[in-house]
Design a protein. Structure first.
Length: 362
């Protein structure tokens, strides 16, 4: 009869997984040697079974355990060998002069996301190809509303499946509607992105960038709006002396509406924000549109305006970038001139953080 010691020895000397598997089949497979021994138990007398049974069982258990142990050892060794053979050399040198840079628009959008994340705002997005319901109607600009004519809209020739006119969004405000419909209230989001208007001169390009902000909650009032904008502008411009002036204005989607000015002065031939616009040598410049979200807009987005209130604001990202980093021609943003990009672009490693100063120039 088979000896457990011998069987174990044979298993331990199997030097490949294939050899071990062949051995397992030979011992424990359907027609295996130990399997055959187990089958003899049925034909034994009770006394014989009492003396032989435990030995045969011990043989089976011992062989099974030894095979499992050997298998683990061989697999471990195979993995070690593979790891040793597949090392990656992380010491390859980086290119001496970095090619490419992060466009100031991307950088500023990251800065804004960082500033607003600190105030508890998430980033929301919406499509650049919009329908006129989201872009206008839901924002309290029904068809034939005069404010629609203020946006020189690019329309598509065909309507969508629901019979809505399709267009390139003229502002980021439709993301307010989409975010409220998607997420309900309370909500705190910003929505940076591209917008389009049929307009082109030194200060207008047919595609430009806006950032929208939306807060909907209970008991929100104009004071929250002012504090939020002040905190945002101080963090973005990295100056404590930012002074805001809120002027009554009109937007269909807010009531009341306010336009927000910041004080600035000319320094070294360029506008530098800071100080009151009423101080000597200073003036006011409009930077934001905002207001308390109109109850029609809240209702259009499926919320009860008696329960929920909030504020919204919108501003041009390109303008914010120019004010902070001193570019004077908007069109250069979109020319792709490598000299401009290497001058105004940012290092990919210069990730904006509040602790590091959101926008330390490259
Ligand atoms: N959507 C406006 C525009 O494109 C900007 C704006 C003004 C957005 C007031 C707002 C707001 O959210 O409350 O000119």
């Amino acid at each position: 009869m088979l000896e457990l010691n011998q069987v174990v020895q044979e298993i331990e000397s199997a030097d490949t997984l294939d050899a071990l598997e062949a051995l397992r089949v030979r011992l424990l497979g359907k027609a295996g040697e130990i399997t055959a021994l187990l089958k003899t138990l049925g034909g034994m007398s009770p006394e014989q079974r009492q003396s032989e049974g435990p030995k045969i069982q011990a043989l089976r258990e011992g062989a099974t355990a030894a095979i499992a142990a050997r298998k683990a050892a061989l697999e471990g060794a195979a993995l070690e060998a593979r790891l040793a053979g597949e090392t990656i050399d992380l010491s390859l040198p980086a290119p001496a002069t970095p090619r490419g840079s992060v466009h100031p628009i991307s950088q500023v959008m990251d800065e804004l996301a960082e500033v607003f994340a600190d105030l508890g705002f998430a980033v929301a997005t919406g499509p650049e190809i919009e329908d006129d319901w989201h872009n206008f109607t839901a924002l309290n600009m029904p068809e034939s509303h005069p404010a629609r004519a203020m946006h020189d809209t690019f329309y598509f020739p065909d309507k969508d499946g629901q019979g809505r006119d399709m267009l390139l969004r003229t502002h980021t405000s439709p993301v307010q509607i989409r975010a409220m419909l998607d997420q309900g209230a309370p909500i705190r989001v910003i929505a940076p992105g591209r917008v389009y208007r049929s307009d082109s001169d030194a200060t207008h390009t047919p595609m430009f960038h806006q950032i929208e902000g939306l807060v909907i909650d209970k008991g929100i009032h104009l004071g929250h709006l002012k504090w939020t904008l002040e905190t945002f502008l101080k963090a973005y411009f990295e100056r404590d002396d930012i002074v805001l002036r809120l002027r009554p204005s009109y937007f269909p989607f807010t009531e009341p509406s306010v336009e927000v000015d910041v004080g600035y002065a000319f320094e070294g031939g360029r506008r530098v924000v800071g100080g009151s616009g009423d101080a000597p040598g200073h003036a006011w410049m409009e930077v934001l549109g905002s207001g308390m979200v109109n109850r029609h807009v809240i209702a259009a987005a499926g919320l009860d305006p008696d329960e929920w209130q909030g504020f919204a604001f919108g501003t041009g990202v390109d303008r914010l970038a120019m004010l902070k980093y001193g570019m004077d021609d908007l069109r250069a943003f979109f020319d792709g001139d490598v000299r401009w990009l290497s001058h105004y672009g940012f290092s990919a490693l210069d990730v904006p953080t509040l602790s590091g100063g959101v926008g330390t120039p490259a």
